[in-house]
Design a protein. Sequence first.
Length: 305
Amino acid sequence: MNILVTGASGLVGSALAARLRGSGHRVTPLRRGAASADSGPAWDPESGQIHLDTAPPLDAVVHLAGETIAQRWTPAAKARIRASRVDATRLLCDALARAPGPPRLLVCASATGYYGDRGDEVLDEQCPAGAGFLAEICQAWEAATASALDRGVRVVHLRFGLVLARQGGALARMLPAFRLGLAGRLGSGRQYWSWIVLEDLLRVIELALQDGRLSGPVNTVAPEAVTNARFTATLARVLHRPAFLAAPAFAVRTVLGEMGENVLLASARVRPVRLLDAGFTFRFADLEQALNCLVRIPPLNVKAS
């Protein structure tokens, strides 16, 4: 397959590109900047410019680009987050819809933030969206693919949970404090965290590329969400360290503001019903097994197997 990937230099994108190339696919990154015959397709979402002319005929697009949410949500940061997800997705989809031969498939990142803060409610793909900035962004992000859908492109919205990888991301940021025994639960610890190991996330993307029956929202999380208290206790146990230094909710809100409230203290107990119905088998369904593999051995080999 000829596959265009946005966000190809990020944690997920770089691992995905290597894996797909290892499987014999042709991967073309959509890079930022001016397009040229030598450098391939490019875009500048901030100025609304996109040039796909130099891309080969595309079978699929995997859209992973977006401003990180792991920052304090100032008004300027929130504007960047919205533009990088909603406006950039619309720009990409409009360009695909105008193409003489659009790809058959668009795999578009989304997030379990779609559901908002829902306590211990079990959430599947049929559940309505929640409230709050992240939920609003995710709704608009998914809606921004409308022009591709109208053109007949099969669109899959992968609602990512917390992506666990030793190479980077949230786990890598947590490890230094946990290795020193200077970490613990956040707030009450009763909030549910839905998670997935990078290896399984890549396999979900491969499934979306291969299985024409998969479309619409797909919860991309392990089968069992865990509370923050259980997550932090499990990580500490795997590292043979204590985890007594809990961070009160007011401290999380003070230091991280709205982001801390919406991401770290919010609860989303998400189930991957559509993946399970499709027969997907998780290699890492148990949190302790996953963390043991991620923190006690070298990083996972993300090449195709």
